[in-house]
Design a protein around this ligand. Structure first.
Ligand code: HEC
Ligand code: HEC
Ligand code: HEC
Ligand code: HEC
Ligand code: HEC
Ligand code: HEC
Ligand code: HEC
Ligand code: HEC
Ligand code: HEC
Ligand code: HEC
Length: 337
């Protein structure tokens, strides 16, 4: 049985108990479902085996908010402003088990305890929870397995033990990681080096709030290195820089191969996002022995010039070889037009 089916069996069962005792009596199906539960070990430890329905509160959120009210430390109420609280949408937690769809069965936890004593435990989210990230995530994945999260399993973030709640804030009226302007800060909380890169003089306009990390990365996991949004690095770049894809009559081999042979995607002190300045950039591959190396004086140019040329300013090879990304001009074989 798929975990999804199993998950939905629980709300169905509860609905049966709560709202339709008659149906419950006629239909032995839900109780038959119950013994199947312990078969899934991950679930069994998060949700104790046995008669599941009796472990969920009868009134759901109404029971929880008796104690978790506006005065309590943690503002639970803002969840009612989110998509999760759309009761009319049958797929949402609030159309089913409500708070307990994520926090697990809460009957024991919701019992009043004498002053000075602790409530029975209930599933808590985030890094300092006693529940492993894997078990936390299972609650979310039961509803969110598909789409962008197909690659979650075995992704770098999954194997680094991140919880969905490491990035997402479920009780916030606006989840910071979903908004363009606030997303980078969420990522920077762990990725300090990238923060430094995006403060360099030449960057993609992430700091300006015009671009997000997730336009190039899928943080939920992909088949590529570095969680890139598209199957290859260059394809990721082409989504916005389509003109660099070509096809070109005169291709420049490293461009078609990998943009990062010359560019760094995050930030650089060399504009525009170059790993090095010319001529060094070009001389990594082009022999410093012939024309390319000594093109700082006109004498070094093919044909031999007299005196320095204006084109040689700043040693920039691109002053003449302006079509570094490839040329479609019939006589552009030297990438000059
Ligand atoms: C009788 C009051 C009461 C009810 C009802 C109640 N809680 Fe709590 N809950 C508390 C208290 C008090 C804490 C603080 C943790 C502690 O000291 O045990 C808490 C803590 C929590 C925590 C954090 C757990 C942790 O490990 O820090 C979560 C999550 C939670 N409650 C969810 C719920 C949900 C969901 C419901 C409804 C099913 C619910 N609570 C019903 C009193 C209650
Ligand atoms: C009972 C099913 C269910 C569970 C459990 C659940 N979600 Fe959702 N979630 C939904 C539905 C339905 C939507 C609305 C999707 C839509 O509108 O397309 C949603 C929306 C979202 C969104 C998008 C919100 C937005 O404003 O666009 C995020 C992020 C999300 N869920 C994360 C989580 C995380 C993290 C967890 C676990 C802590 C979780 N969900 C648990 C059903 C669920
Ligand atoms: C490393 C941070 C990070 C983690 C961990 C993470 N997410 Fe997300 N999530 C994001 C970002 C960023 C977006 C916005 C993506 C976009 O704009 O394309 C997003 C979007 C979503 C959305 C709404 C849009 C969509 O893709 O359907 C859902 C639902 C969601 N995440 C669920 C989850 C679940 C479930 C988990 C745990 C398995 C999880 N996320 C873990 C960063 C994260
Ligand atoms: C879609 C899943 C989901 C639903 C539904 C949900 N929560 Fe939460 N809850 C979370 C996550 C994830 C966190 C961690 C903080 C955050 O993401 O905002 C959390 C945090 C909490 C905390 C703070 C625990 C701590 O860390 O000390 C309490 C209390 C709580 N929830 C109670 C409730 C109550 C009461 C309801 C119903 C009104 C509810 N939750 C509904 C996912 C959910
Ligand atoms: C809670 C900490 C945390 C947050 C938040 C976080 N990451 Fe990560 N991320 C990690 C860890 C840990 C790794 C693996 C070790 C490493 O490469 O630093 C990682 C790795 C990565 C990688 C490299 C993957 C690879 O295969 O080399 C990318 C890309 C990435 N994260 C992007 C993001 C983006 C984008 C966000 C924000 C939406 C984000 N991360 C938020 C912890 C985090
Ligand atoms: C323009 C596209 C683009 C944007 C925007 C972008 N990245 Fe990247 N990122 C890349 C590429 C491409 C790589 C792979 C670099 C390589 O393999 O040389 C990468 C690599 C990474 C890595 C792995 C670094 C390593 O050393 O292995 C992390 C972590 C990362 N990015 C985080 C982020 C974060 C956080 C943001 C947002 C603040 C972000 N990226 C924005 C394209 C981008
Ligand atoms: C989501 C769209 C998007 C993606 C994907 C993208 N870029 Fe960009 N790129 C931009 C925008 C927007 C600018 C800024 C243009 C401006 O400032 O006029 C830019 C600018 C640049 C610049 C010039 C920077 C400067 O200082 O003028 C370079 C070089 C560049 N991108 C390389 C890349 C590479 C390499 C990749 C793939 C790793 C990539 N881009 C992926 C949107 C994107
Ligand atoms: C051989 C080195 C090299 C490679 C590989 C390369 N570039 Fe460039 N790129 C440059 C240089 C040099 C400049 C600056 C040109 C100038 O100053 O006239 C530049 C400028 C840019 C610019 C900003 C100016 C413009 O032409 O729009 C963008 C965007 C850009 N490159 C994207 C890419 C993308 C996308 C790829 C991969 C498909 C790529 N580059 C591969 C060397 C390279
Ligand atoms: C990563 C290595 C690499 C880098 C860096 C590089 N190139 Fe190239 N370049 C090549 C290769 C490979 C060829 C194809 C050589 C061939 O076909 O014989 C080439 C071809 C050329 C040609 C055409 C040569 C001919 O014989 O037709 C010119 C001009 C050129 N590059 C200029 C530049 C300039 C200017 C830069 C710096 C902006 C640069 N290259 C950076 C690898 C590189
Ligand atoms: C003043 C203009 C100018 C500058 C600056 C310049 N070149 Fe050239 N380069 C040329 C011309 C003209 C040719 C074509 C020669 C021919 O067709 O025989 C050429 C040819 C080449 C070739 C093809 C190899 C060959 O011998 O045919 C390469 C590679 C090259 N240049 C790289 C560079 C590099 C790297 C730099 C920077 C260090 C550079 N060039 C600076 C004008 C220039």
């Amino acid at each position: 049985m798929s975990t999804k089916k199993k998950f939905f069996a629980a709300p169905l069962f509860l609905t049966g108990v709560l709202f339709s005792l008659a149906v419950f009596a006629q239909e032995p199906a839900p109780p038959a479902e119950t013994p199947a539960q312990p078969a899934a070990p991950a679930e069994a430890s998060a949700q104790p085996a046995g008669n599941l329905a009796s472990q969920y509160t009868e009134k759901g959120a109404d029971t929880c908010i008796k104690c978790h009210d506006e005065e309590s430390e943690f503002p639970v109420f803002s969840i009612f402003k989110t998509k999760h609280a759309q009761k009319a949408d049958k797929r949402t937690p609030f159309a089913g088990l409500q708070c307990e769809a994520c926090h697990g069965p809460g009957v024991e936890h919701a019992k009043k305890v004498p002053e000075g004593q602790k409530q029975a435990p209930i599933i808590k989210y985030g890094a300092n929870s006693a529940v492993s990230p894997e078990k936390q995530n299972k609650y979310c994945l039961d509803c969110h397995q598909g789409n962008n999260r197909i690659g979650w399993k075995a992704s770098t973030h999954e194997s680094s033990n991140l919880a969905c709640a490491s990035c997402h804030k479920i009780h916030a009226p606006r989840d910071a990681v979903l908004a363009k302007v606030t997303q980078p800060e969420v990522c920077y909380s762990c990725h300090k080096k990238e923060r430094a890169d995006f403060f360099k003089p030449s960057t993609h306009p992430v700091r300006a709030g015009l671009m997000t990390c997730s336009e190039c990365h899928n943080p939920h996991g992909t088949n590529t290195t570095a969680l890139l949004a598209k199957p290859t690095l260059n394809q990721t770049c082409y989504t916005c820089h389509a003109e660099k894809r070509g096809p070109f009559l005169w291709e420049h081999a490293p461009v078609a191969e990998d943009c990062t042979t010359c560019h760094t995607p995050h930030g650089s002190v060399h504009r525009p996002l170059l790993t090095k300045n010319a001529p060094l950039l070009c001389q990594q591959c082009h022999s410093p022995a012939g024309h390319p190396a000594v093109a700082r004086t006109g004498a070094a140019l093919p044909g031999g010039g007299a005196g320095p040329s204006g084109f040689l300013l700043a040693g920039s090879c691109a002053n003449c070889h302006s079509q570094v990304h490839g040329s479609n001009h019939p006589s552009g074989s030297k990438l000059m037009r």
